[in-house]
Ligand binder design. Structure first.
Ligand SMILES: Nc1ncnc2c1ncn2[C@@H]1O[C@H](COP(=O)(O)OP(=O)(O)OP(=O)(O)O)[C@@H](O)[C@H]1O
Length: 256
Protein backbone atom coordinates (compact mmCIF):
# COMPACT_ATOMS: atom_id res chain seq x y z
CA UNK A 1 0.00 0.00 0.00
CA UNK A 2 1.48 3.38 -0.96
CA UNK A 3 2.54 5.69 1.93
CA UNK A 4 1.65 8.82 -0.06
CA UNK A 5 -2.07 9.47 -0.37
CA UNK A 6 -3.27 8.53 -3.83
CA UNK A 7 -4.34 11.65 -5.80
CA UNK A 8 -6.22 9.97 -8.67
CA UNK A 9 -9.90 9.01 -8.61
CA UNK A 10 -11.18 7.27 -5.47
CA UNK A 11 -12.89 4.75 -7.71
CA UNK A 12 -12.01 3.68 -11.21
CA UNK A 13 -14.02 0.96 -12.92
CA UNK A 14 -12.90 -0.34 -16.32
CA UNK A 15 -14.73 -2.70 -18.69
CA UNK A 16 -16.67 -4.27 -15.82
CA UNK A 17 -18.93 -7.20 -16.61
CA UNK A 18 -21.12 -9.58 -14.65
CA UNK A 19 -23.24 -12.36 -15.99
CA UNK A 20 -25.45 -14.85 -14.19
CA UNK A 21 -25.68 -17.79 -16.59
CA UNK A 22 -27.22 -16.28 -19.74
CA UNK A 23 -28.29 -13.05 -17.98
CA UNK A 24 -25.85 -10.17 -18.55
CA UNK A 25 -26.41 -7.90 -15.53
CA UNK A 26 -23.44 -5.56 -16.15
CA UNK A 27 -22.10 -5.24 -19.67
CA UNK A 28 -18.78 -3.44 -20.10
CA UNK A 29 -19.20 -0.51 -17.70
CA UNK A 30 -16.41 2.07 -17.22
CA UNK A 31 -16.53 5.15 -14.99
CA UNK A 32 -14.67 7.02 -12.27
CA UNK A 33 -15.54 8.81 -9.02
CA UNK A 34 -13.22 11.63 -8.01
CA UNK A 35 -12.50 13.12 -4.59
CA UNK A 36 -15.15 15.55 -3.39
CA UNK A 37 -17.58 14.28 -5.98
CA UNK A 38 -21.03 12.71 -5.64
CA UNK A 39 -21.84 10.55 -8.64
CA UNK A 40 -25.40 9.33 -9.17
CA UNK A 41 -25.85 5.85 -10.60
CA UNK A 42 -29.29 5.99 -12.20
CA UNK A 43 -31.35 3.49 -14.11
CA UNK A 44 -34.57 1.53 -14.18
CA UNK A 45 -35.20 -1.57 -12.09
CA UNK A 46 -32.91 -4.36 -13.19
CA UNK A 47 -30.43 -2.01 -14.94
CA UNK A 48 -27.45 -3.43 -13.03
CA UNK A 49 -26.88 -0.76 -10.37
CA UNK A 50 -26.88 -3.03 -7.29
CA UNK A 51 -24.78 -5.63 -9.11
CA UNK A 52 -22.23 -2.89 -9.88
CA UNK A 53 -22.19 -1.69 -6.24
CA UNK A 54 -21.81 -5.26 -5.01
CA UNK A 55 -18.79 -5.83 -7.24
CA UNK A 56 -17.18 -2.60 -5.99
CA UNK A 57 -17.89 -3.74 -2.43
CA UNK A 58 -16.19 -7.07 -3.12
CA UNK A 59 -19.40 -8.99 -2.39
CA UNK A 60 -19.67 -10.23 -6.00
CA UNK A 61 -16.81 -11.42 -8.19
CA UNK A 62 -16.77 -9.61 -11.58
CA UNK A 63 -16.93 -11.83 -14.67
CA UNK A 64 -14.43 -9.42 -16.28
CA UNK A 65 -12.97 -5.95 -15.83
CA UNK A 66 -11.00 -4.01 -13.27
CA UNK A 67 -11.93 -2.10 -10.10
CA UNK A 68 -9.37 0.26 -8.56
CA UNK A 69 -10.18 1.90 -5.22
CA UNK A 70 -7.95 4.74 -4.06
CA UNK A 71 -5.15 3.48 -6.30
CA UNK A 72 -5.48 -0.17 -5.22
CA UNK A 73 -6.61 -2.88 -7.61
CA UNK A 74 -9.31 -4.85 -5.76
CA UNK A 75 -8.28 -8.11 -7.49
CA UNK A 76 -4.70 -7.84 -6.13
CA UNK A 77 -5.04 -5.78 -2.91
CA UNK A 78 -8.52 -6.78 -1.79
CA UNK A 79 -8.21 -6.25 1.97
CA UNK A 80 -6.42 -2.87 1.77
CA UNK A 81 -8.73 -1.60 -0.97
CA UNK A 82 -11.91 -2.61 0.84
CA UNK A 83 -10.67 -1.12 4.14
CA UNK A 84 -11.13 2.32 2.54
CA UNK A 85 -14.76 1.69 1.50
CA UNK A 86 -18.07 1.78 3.34
CA UNK A 87 -21.70 1.39 2.49
CA UNK A 88 -25.24 2.25 3.60
CA UNK A 89 -28.55 0.98 2.22
CA UNK A 90 -32.09 0.70 3.52
CA UNK A 91 -32.12 -3.03 2.77
CA UNK A 92 -29.09 -3.53 5.05
CA UNK A 93 -30.32 -2.24 8.44
CA UNK A 94 -28.16 -2.65 11.53
CA UNK A 95 -29.05 -5.38 14.06
CA UNK A 96 -32.23 -4.12 15.78
CA UNK A 97 -31.55 -5.76 19.14
CA UNK A 98 -28.31 -3.82 19.66
CA UNK A 99 -28.26 -0.20 20.83
CA UNK A 100 -26.85 2.58 18.66
CA UNK A 101 -23.68 2.59 20.77
CA UNK A 102 -23.31 -1.23 20.62
CA UNK A 103 -23.79 -1.28 16.84
CA UNK A 104 -21.18 1.42 16.31
CA UNK A 105 -18.81 -0.40 18.64
CA UNK A 106 -19.22 -3.78 16.91
CA UNK A 107 -18.70 -2.29 13.43
CA UNK A 108 -15.86 -0.12 14.71
CA UNK A 109 -14.11 -3.26 15.99
CA UNK A 110 -14.66 -4.98 12.64
CA UNK A 111 -13.04 -1.99 10.89
CA UNK A 112 -10.29 -1.82 13.55
CA UNK A 113 -11.02 1.90 14.10
CA UNK A 114 -8.32 3.46 16.29
CA UNK A 115 -9.52 5.29 19.45
CA UNK A 116 -12.98 3.92 18.82
CA UNK A 117 -14.70 5.54 21.81
CA UNK A 118 -13.74 9.04 20.63
CA UNK A 119 -14.71 8.26 17.05
CA UNK A 120 -18.16 7.02 18.17
CA UNK A 121 -18.70 10.20 20.20
CA UNK A 122 -17.79 12.33 17.16
CA UNK A 123 -20.24 10.43 14.99
CA UNK A 124 -23.06 10.59 17.56
CA UNK A 125 -22.62 14.35 17.54
CA UNK A 126 -22.20 14.70 13.76
CA UNK A 127 -25.38 12.73 13.05
CA UNK A 128 -27.34 14.17 15.99
CA UNK A 129 -27.69 10.77 17.66
CA UNK A 130 -26.62 11.49 21.26
CA UNK A 131 -30.14 11.07 22.64
CA UNK A 132 -30.44 7.64 20.99
CA UNK A 133 -27.08 6.21 22.09
CA UNK A 134 -28.72 3.65 24.42
CA UNK A 135 -31.80 3.01 22.28
CA UNK A 136 -32.09 -0.29 20.46
CA UNK A 137 -31.81 0.35 16.73
CA UNK A 138 -34.95 -1.71 16.06
CA UNK A 139 -37.20 0.83 17.83
CA UNK A 140 -35.86 3.89 16.00
CA UNK A 141 -37.80 5.61 13.21
CA UNK A 142 -36.69 5.08 9.58
CA UNK A 143 -34.98 8.48 9.50
CA UNK A 144 -33.15 7.83 12.78
CA UNK A 145 -32.07 4.38 11.58
CA UNK A 146 -30.79 5.92 8.35
CA UNK A 147 -28.68 8.36 10.37
CA UNK A 148 -27.24 5.46 12.40
CA UNK A 149 -26.46 3.57 9.17
CA UNK A 150 -24.67 6.63 7.88
CA UNK A 151 -22.74 7.03 11.13
CA UNK A 152 -21.72 3.37 10.84
CA UNK A 153 -20.69 3.98 7.21
CA UNK A 154 -18.39 6.83 8.33
CA UNK A 155 -16.67 4.87 11.13
CA UNK A 156 -13.55 4.07 9.08
CA UNK A 157 -13.49 7.52 7.38
CA UNK A 158 -13.92 5.85 3.99
CA UNK A 159 -12.37 7.27 0.84
CA UNK A 160 -15.24 5.74 -1.10
CA UNK A 161 -18.79 5.77 0.23
CA UNK A 162 -21.46 3.73 -1.55
CA UNK A 163 -25.03 4.76 -0.81
CA UNK A 164 -27.87 2.66 -2.21
CA UNK A 165 -31.05 4.78 -2.06
CA UNK A 166 -30.04 6.32 1.29
CA UNK A 167 -33.16 8.47 1.62
CA UNK A 168 -35.75 5.89 0.54
CA UNK A 169 -38.61 5.66 3.07
CA UNK A 170 -37.75 8.82 5.01
CA UNK A 171 -39.77 12.04 5.13
CA UNK A 172 -38.81 15.06 2.95
CA UNK A 173 -37.46 17.14 5.84
CA UNK A 174 -35.24 14.31 7.16
CA UNK A 175 -34.18 13.48 3.59
CA UNK A 176 -33.10 17.08 2.97
CA UNK A 177 -31.15 17.13 6.23
CA UNK A 178 -29.47 13.87 5.33
CA UNK A 179 -28.56 15.11 1.85
CA UNK A 180 -26.91 18.16 3.44
CA UNK A 181 -24.91 15.89 5.77
CA UNK A 182 -23.77 13.72 2.85
CA UNK A 183 -22.95 16.78 0.72
CA UNK A 184 -20.83 18.12 3.60
CA UNK A 185 -18.91 14.82 3.72
CA UNK A 186 -18.13 15.09 -0.01
CA UNK A 187 -17.25 18.79 0.24
CA UNK A 188 -14.43 18.02 2.67
CA UNK A 189 -12.69 16.73 -0.45
CA UNK A 190 -11.08 13.51 0.86
CA UNK A 191 -13.72 11.08 -0.28
CA UNK A 192 -15.99 10.37 -3.21
CA UNK A 193 -19.55 9.08 -3.11
CA UNK A 194 -21.44 6.79 -5.46
CA UNK A 195 -25.17 7.22 -4.90
CA UNK A 196 -28.13 5.33 -6.33
CA UNK A 197 -31.58 6.89 -6.22
CA UNK A 198 -34.87 6.78 -8.08
CA UNK A 199 -35.68 10.31 -6.92
CA UNK A 200 -34.61 12.65 -9.73
CA UNK A 201 -35.23 15.84 -7.73
CA UNK A 202 -32.86 14.53 -5.10
CA UNK A 203 -30.28 13.59 -7.70
CA UNK A 204 -30.41 17.10 -9.19
CA UNK A 205 -29.99 18.59 -5.72
CA UNK A 206 -27.06 16.48 -4.59
CA UNK A 207 -25.12 14.86 -7.45
CA UNK A 208 -22.25 16.53 -9.32
CA UNK A 209 -22.48 14.01 -12.14
CA UNK A 210 -24.81 11.19 -13.13
CA UNK A 211 -24.44 7.98 -15.06
CA UNK A 212 -27.56 6.56 -16.69
CA UNK A 213 -27.40 2.79 -16.79
CA UNK A 214 -29.75 0.61 -18.76
CA UNK A 215 -29.50 -3.12 -19.49
CA UNK A 216 -26.08 -3.17 -17.87
CA UNK A 217 -24.53 -0.37 -19.96
CA UNK A 218 -23.78 3.31 -19.28
CA UNK A 219 -25.82 5.20 -21.88
CA UNK A 220 -25.40 8.80 -20.73
CA UNK A 221 -23.09 10.72 -18.43
CA UNK A 222 -23.12 14.37 -17.36
CA UNK A 223 -24.18 17.14 -15.02
CA UNK A 224 -27.75 16.41 -13.85
CA UNK A 225 -28.63 20.11 -14.08
CA UNK A 226 -27.45 20.46 -17.70
CA UNK A 227 -28.11 17.03 -19.22
CA UNK A 228 -31.89 17.44 -19.73
CA UNK A 229 -31.49 20.62 -21.84
CA UNK A 230 -28.55 19.10 -23.74
CA UNK A 231 -30.74 16.13 -24.62
CA UNK A 232 -33.94 18.05 -25.33
CA UNK A 233 -35.76 16.79 -22.24
CA UNK A 234 -37.99 18.91 -20.00
CA UNK A 235 -36.46 17.58 -16.77
CA UNK A 236 -34.14 14.91 -15.42
CA UNK A 237 -37.17 12.74 -14.70
CA UNK A 238 -38.31 13.14 -18.30
CA UNK A 239 -34.84 12.17 -19.51
CA UNK A 240 -34.75 9.18 -17.16
CA UNK A 241 -38.04 7.91 -18.58
CA UNK A 242 -36.84 8.36 -22.16
CA UNK A 243 -33.55 6.54 -21.52
CA UNK A 244 -35.41 3.73 -19.76
CA UNK A 245 -38.00 3.40 -22.56
CA UNK A 246 -35.72 3.88 -25.57
CA UNK A 247 -32.25 2.74 -24.49
CA UNK A 248 -31.21 1.95 -28.06
CA UNK A 249 -31.71 5.55 -29.22
CA UNK A 250 -29.13 6.68 -26.66
CA UNK A 251 -26.42 4.62 -28.33
CA UNK A 252 -23.10 3.55 -26.90
CA UNK A 253 -21.83 3.99 -23.34
CA UNK A 254 -19.88 6.89 -21.93
CA UNK A 255 -16.49 6.13 -20.40
CA UNK A 256 -14.85 7.69 -17.38
N1 LIG B 1 -28.17 -13.55 -8.22
C1 LIG B 1 -28.73 -13.32 -9.43
N2 LIG B 1 -29.00 -14.33 -10.28
C2 LIG B 1 -29.52 -14.10 -11.49
N3 LIG B 1 -29.84 -12.88 -11.97
C3 LIG B 1 -29.59 -11.83 -11.17
C4 LIG B 1 -29.04 -11.98 -9.86
N4 LIG B 1 -28.91 -10.75 -9.30
C5 LIG B 1 -29.36 -9.87 -10.23
N5 LIG B 1 -29.78 -10.51 -11.33
C6 LIG B 1 -30.31 -9.89 -12.55
O1 LIG B 1 -29.36 -8.93 -13.00
C7 LIG B 1 -30.00 -7.78 -13.50
C8 LIG B 1 -29.52 -6.53 -12.76
O2 LIG B 1 -30.01 -6.55 -11.40
P1 LIG B 1 -29.66 -5.42 -10.33
O3 LIG B 1 -30.21 -5.87 -9.04
O4 LIG B 1 -28.21 -5.12 -10.41
O5 LIG B 1 -30.49 -4.19 -10.89
P2 LIG B 1 -30.74 -2.75 -10.23
O6 LIG B 1 -30.39 -1.76 -11.28
O7 LIG B 1 -30.07 -2.64 -8.93
O8 LIG B 1 -32.33 -2.77 -10.03
P3 LIG B 1 -33.29 -2.09 -8.88
O9 LIG B 1 -33.40 -0.64 -9.24
O10 LIG B 1 -34.58 -2.83 -9.11
O11 LIG B 1 -32.67 -2.36 -7.54
C9 LIG B 1 -31.51 -8.03 -13.37
O12 LIG B 1 -32.00 -8.53 -14.61
C10 LIG B 1 -31.58 -9.10 -12.29
O13 LIG B 1 -32.74 -9.89 -12.47
Amino acid sequence: MPDEPHRGPVLSVAALRKHYGDTIAVDDISFAVRRGEIVGLLGPNGAGKTTTLNMVLGVLEPSAGRIVIDGLDVARHRAEALATVNFAAVYAPLPGNLTVWQNLRVFGLIYAVPDLRTRIEQLLEQFDLQTFRDSKCGVLSSGEQTRVCLAKAMLNQPRLLLLDEPTASIDPASARELRQMIRAIADRGDSGILWTSHNMHEVEAVCDRVLFVSRGRVLLEGDPRRLPAERGAASLEDLFIRVAREPLSFGAGAGA
